[in-house]
Design a protein around this ligand. Structure first.
Ligand code: 3HC
Length: 678
């Protein structure tokens, strides 16, 4: 075995050269890896003893792509294109042996080989679009030449990888290994040599594209039309489509030029920078400052959930889905039956849509134990309380849990605002208490705020984060403050939105400005969806706020078809004249002068105070880092991922200084962190 450099080595196996990349964690194509590959092929040049080359990777995966951490930095080392050219021009066959994931540049390297062999669990794909990019190493030109333009279009715009079986059927791999991958790939290479099979260069074969520019034009048009909504706001999908069109319309080299120019545009743009930031931010969020990542976690083999309403039921599903038994507690039989029926219906609907077989519905329901007795939680490893937001009731529940549950059980509250320390104070074991704030619908939304109380034990916190990951959530650690990270910032936005509609903007204007920005819905659409009467009671209502008056007038939001908007049977909305009049009357009574308010002011007043609140959250140490706040807003509140989250946006797009100056003009307290940088 010869070490070419620190990450690539070369060995010979009876005439077959085996080039191995060993660059943990994912064998990304760093400068060292590219240099190593270039060095290995240079070492092989002119070596007459070598009849074929097998390219393998050590560790958990084949090359998972270009090294994203190098993007935006000055280029170093051999260029990927040059390395691919050398491999493709090799006078002896080059066979890629793929395990784990061949993604992005990884698959593009494999596509520059003459043959590909993978193991049965391998996944192959071009996920660049998720980073706001397109495959920039020939992927857009080679992939359609194998799987056809239609399939390639779907793969590059969704970023979804293909499994081994599909890859074999599509011709993306030539064989699936049944035994040891490297041994099988070597045997495959020998067979290619023995049979004198050609050096298959993907670039040279356009026979599988599926048609020419004219015949495929309707397919491209239909694809654009059917995906317009999903791609709205994003630059990368259209650039990917253009490149696949170029693969169909142009010779390989010309297509490569289109790919290059589109790639450079995306790579130097703000959207990709934002999406790359989100990629790393997501992984960073899992890290808890000051905690040993290898520390032992508490076992969570059974879960208790208190409350079988929308939230409790949704939370329960997360655990049932991954095989963890759940005991769900309600106070009344009918509420319990209703909650269980909703869970069953959700599962049946998923099965009808083909997400899993009907038998799986029973398997999941079989893990659920409904009960009216809190005492049934005595053996649970983790209990999550999901009753409505009332401190006295929560304290009562936690006091009882303290008496009932076994020592060491984690006691979590799903509160979205309340003081977790006060809740913990109702127990004799505050170290076991933590907040686990799910977002509605809890079985769908990826965000989980894990609230660290003053006395929460590190092991409890780490376990809550780990269990979140286990059920497919992105956990973010938050400190104890009103509304934690997400709702606290949402409060700052809503306060401004409420003022704006009194000062002259219409609710529909505010919603439009925010949906144009990229949110799936604006604040007033959101209020209508949630229900205007949440937390409102007719008895206590004194008509003191616009919301009181809307509720008093019978406007409850989408649920009764009347709110800031009127809704028809298909939920199409039009601004409500009743709501409009209530707002005008309220403004007049309170002596508020109405004026024309422009879109820019709406945007600034909604978003700048939110960023300021985020900065205050950092000032107070309530979030570990600015990027965690971005993750909260992207995964919990629909902040457009191509804008990187509120803190990224403030830093790289809107500008912190500009925001601080505007906040001063608005007479607001500016966070020191906003001035100094996150
Ligand atoms: N570049 C740099 N670092 C990477 C990386 C990459 N392409 N892919 C993963 N990493 C890092 C992660 O940041 C993480 O680092 P950390 O431990 O310090 O937080 C570590 O590798 C492990 O990653 P994960 O936690 O994500 O590990 P998983 O096992 O859960 O997932 C994976 C592995 C499926 C490979 C996943 O990491 C992934 O999807 N990676 C990105 C793949 C990708 O997008 N490739 C395309 C890159 S762009 C490109 O190739 C352009 C080309 O066309 C020119």
């Amino acid at each position: 075995m010869t070490a070419i450099n620190n990450v690539v080595d070369l060995r010979h196996d009876n005439g077959i050269a085996v080039v191995t990349i060993d660059s943990p964690p994912v064998n990304a194509l760093s400068a060292d890896v590219r240099d190593g590959l270039a060095g290995a092929f240079a070492a092989l040049a002119g070596d007459a003893s070598v009849t074929a080359v097998v390219l393998t990777c050590a560790g958990r995966t084949f090359i998972a792509g270009a090294d994203i951490s190098e993007f935006g930095k000055p280029p170093r080392g051999a260029s990927l294109h040059a390395v691919q050219d050398v491999m493709e021009a090799s006078p002896v066959p080059v066979v890629a042996a793929i395990h784990g994931t061949a993604l992005g540049g990884g698959l593009e390297v494999a596509l520059a080989c003459h043959y590909r062999v993978c193991d049965a669990r391998a996944k192959l794909g071009l996920p660049e679009v998720k980073l706001g990019l397109l495959p920039g190493a020939g992927g857009t030109q080679r992939l359609p030449r194998i799987v056809g333009a239609a399939k390639a279009l779907e793969m590059v715009t969704s970023g979804t990888p293909m499994g081994a079986k599909d890859a074999l059927a599509a011709g993306l791999v030539d064989a699936v290994a049944t035994g040891d991958l490297t041994a099988d790939a070597i045997a495959f290479a020998r067979q290619v040599v023995a049979e004198g099979r050609p050096l298959k260069k993907v670039r040279d074969d356009s026979s599988r594209l599926g048609g020419d520019a004219a015949s495929l034009a309707p397919m491209f048009a239909a694809f654009r039309a059917s995906h317009a909504r999903a791609f709205k706001g994003f630059d990368a999908p259209e650039a990917n489509i253009k490149c696949i069109e170029a693969a169909v319309a142009l010779p390989f080299e010309e297509g490569m030029k289109v790919e290059r120019s589109e790639f450079v545009k995306l790579m130097t743009g703000l959207q990709s920078a934002a999406q790359r930031h989100v990629f790393f931010a997501e992984r960073q969020a899992a890290k808890i400052d000051g905690l040993d990542p290898k520390a032992e976690l508490l076992p969570v083999k059974s879960v208790g959930i208190i409350g079988a309403g929308t939230m409790g039921g949704g939370i329960a599903m997360n655990f049932l889905n991954v095989g963890i038994p759940v005991t769900i507690v309600e106070t009344k039989q009918d509420a319990l039956d209703r909650g269980v029926a909703v869970i069953r219906r959700n599962y049946e609907n998923s099965a009808k849509k083909g997400r899993f077989p009907m038998a799986e519905v029973e398997a999941r329901m079989g893990r659920l134990t409904p009960t009216l007795a809190l005492e049934d939680l005595k053996d649970a490893d983790l209990v999550i309380e999901a009753v409505f937001e009332n401190m006295d009731i929560k304290k009562q529940i936690f006091g009882r849990l303290d008496a009932i549950t076994k020592p060491g059980a984690i006691l979590a509250s799903n509160t979205s605002y309340l003081n977790v320390d006060e809740i913990a104070g109702a127990t004799s074991r505050p170290e076991s208490v933590v907040g686990m704030h799910f977002f509605s619908p809890a079985n769908v939304m990826r965000l989980l705020e894990v609230v660290r109380g003053a006395k929460t034990a590190p092991q409890v916190l780490a376990t809550a984060m780990a269990i979140g990951k286990n059920i497919g959530k992105i956990g973010v650690v938050a400190g104890v403050c009103h509304g934690f990270i997400g709702n606290r910032m949402l409060g700052a936005r809503q306060a401004q939105a409420n003022k704006l509609i009194l000062e002259g903007a219409r609710p529909a204007d505010v919603d439009r400005v925010l949906t144009d920005f990229g949110f799936p819905m604006g604040p007033f659409q959101m209020s209508d969806l949630a229900g205007l009467d949440i937390g409102w009671s007719a008895d206590a209502s004194k008509g003191e706020t616009v919301r009181d008056r809307l509720c008093e007038a019978g406007l409850r939001g989408q649920k009764n078809g009347k709110g800031f908007y009127d809704y028809d049977a298909e939920r199409n909305r039009t601004p409500s004249p009743v709501a409009e009049q209530i707002i005008l009357d309220y403004a007049a009574e309170n002596g508020i002068n109405r004026r024309e308010i422009g879109d820019e002011e709406i945007l600034e007043r909604c978003l700048y105070p939110m960023v300021n609140e985020g900065a205050k959250i950092l000032d107070e140490g309530m979030a570990q880092r600015a990027s965690d706040i971005d993750i909260v807003w992207i995964n919990g509140y629909g902040w457009p991922v191509y804008r990187g989250g509120p803190m990224f946006w403030a830093e790289h797009d809107a500008g912190r200084d500009k925001i601080a100056a505007a906040l001063e003009r608005m007479g607001m307290d500016v966070s020191p962190r906003l001035r100094a940088g996150f």
